[in-house]
Design a protein around this ligand. Structure first.
Ligand SMILES: N#[N+]C[C@@H]1[C@@H](O)[C@H](O)[C@@H](O)[C@@H]2O[C@H]12
Length: 450
């Protein structure tokens, strides 16, 4: 198909992405159990401006309106996550039928609108009961809980949902949740805790993939990683070495483990005593074949030696130039660089760009519109580099903007606006931004030439 950016493969999917906790709200409705983000956001000082996702975008009640907006965007696909604690309020055991019913209605609505559902099983919102019972992902037994959750939802929706992502950004929620304290459950522990949690997530991923394939004929199974090419801040040996350690922690730890069944030797040596306990067969259990790799990409990573983050000892350098409301550099070539990096080293069968977008201080102009020219430029420039990577043979089969609508941006609350659709979080009014009209034009199918 051809559009204003250029030529894309036939069947290329134009989508947008969200996550349950960031948009649904209704946290005490429909039998939903408490999760770790409910707890974390109500912890004083944890979230900017003391904000939380109790209401968020009220998507739980407004999903029909939101599907209509997806149709206006000409979306082929919609990536969303299921809240584990809506399905299994205590994390395991009794299934909440009202939770299944909500997602069933959403999936039926998407299909009726001609939009393919791409489901993420876990986008950071662990049932609080599992956290309370045994420190959440630090307990190896959680793998069986995730298997039960996978079994319930794939039996319920596998007749209509074919694309299943097990985890979103496992590195972020383990490192952020168990080391940096920036994400739920907000623990500041040793990197060893994050590595142990991550090992159990990898095991849960492998076990979940098998259940998905057993329950869903013709399923497509993948995982979403935030991979990022590291550039040394200078030619100084300590910066070059720091960039290699960043590449090891940010990229090879995940790609080697999940695609090759081994942790990278240089990082194993670096972590030493902090390595997780690996039981016989673990590495084979996690390295199950994938139908696709999801990549979230926002920026490049310029890395220098740093003394804080022991033992990886790297820090990010922010180059001059345009920056987003997240304090991230705008560097569109990052999408080309990461796709070439992954394809040349790992050669996954299929890749989706599962998140790409920019946080801006969007405002409604007196004319009632949101003139977000910078987001249009960001999307246009990244898509241009994406098209170049595809033209050079990288098997990218779809692109999902982060995000459909302005939502709860975790520890930063509602201030960073990433949406194609503006949301007034007081009134819940939705307004299509100029970038939404731009994206709708990109995504629209060429009208058949009569
Ligand atoms: N920050 N930021 C925006 C975006 C976040 O809102 C998503 O939930 C994550 O998957 C990923 O970090 C990217």
């Amino acid at each position: 198909m051809k559009n204003a950016i250029g030529e894309f493969p036939e069947g290329f999917l134009w989508g947008a992405a969200t996550a349950a906790y960031q948009i649904e709200g209704a946290v005490t409705e429909g039998g939903r159990g408490k999760n770790i983000w409910d707890t974390f956001t109500h912890t004083p000082g944890a979230i900017k401006n003391g904000e939380n996702g109790d209401i968020a975008c009220d998507h739980y009640h407004r999903w029909r309106e939101d599907i209509a907006l997806m149709q206006q965007l000409n979306l082929d696909a919609y990536r969303f996550s299921i809240a584990w604690s809506r399905i299994l309020p205590q994390g395991r055991g009794t299934v909440n039928q009202a939770g299944l019913d909500f997602y069933s209605r959403l999936i039926d609505g998407l299909l009726e609108a001609g939009i393919q559902p791409f489901v993420t099983l876990y986008h950071w919102d662990l049932p609080q009961a599992l956290q309370d019972e045994g420190k959440g992902w630090l307990r190896r037994g959680i793998v069986e809980d995730f298997v039960q959750y996978t079994d319930v939802v794939t039996r319920a929706f596998g007749d209509r949902v074919k694309h299943w992502t097990t985890f979103n950004e496992p590195g972020v929620f383990t490192w952020g949740g168990y080391v940096l304290g920036e994400d739920a459950p907000g623990w500041r522990m040793q990197p060893g805790a994050a590595l142990t949690a991550l090992h159990h997530v990898f095991l849960a991923h492998g076990a979940s993939a098998q259940v998905i394939r057993e329950n869903v004929p013709q399923s497509q199974v993948g995982i979403v990683l935030d991979i990022n090419v590291a550039e040394p801040a200078s030619e100084a040996p300590e910066d070059v070495a720091a960039a290699l350690r960043f590449d090891g922690m940010q990229n090879r730890w995940f790609l080697d483990a999940l695609l090759r069944g081994e942790y990278p030797a240089d990082m194993v040596a670096l972590f030493g005593e902090q390595m997780p306990r690996i039981e016989t067969g673990d590495m084979q259990r996690m390295a199950v074949p994938l139908d696709y790799l999801g990549i979230n990409i926002y920026r490049r990573s310029v890395i220098a030696h740093g003394d804080e983050l022991v033992p990886v000892n790297y820090c990010r350098v922010l180059p001059p130039g345009e920056h987003t409301l997240m304090g991230w550099e705008v560097y569109p070539k990052c999408i080309y660089d990461i796709l070439k990096y992954v394809n040349e080293r790992y050669g996954p069968p299929k890749i989706y760009i599962t998140e790409n977008g920019i946080a801006l201080p969007d405002e409604v102009s007196p004319d009632g519109h949101v003139h977000d020219e910078r987001r249009i430029a960001y999307l246009r420039d990244h898509l241009t580099y994406l098209q170049r990577a595809i033209a050079e043979g990288v098997p990218v089969r779809g692109y999902f903007v982060w995000t459909l609508m302005d939502n709860f941006e975790w520890a930063l609350g509602f201030e960073p606006r990433f949406g194609l659709i503006y949301v007034d979080h007081q009134t819940q009014q939705r307004i299509m931004k100029d970038s939404g009209y731009f994206y709708a034009d990109i995504a629209k199918k060429e009208t058949a030439v009569k």
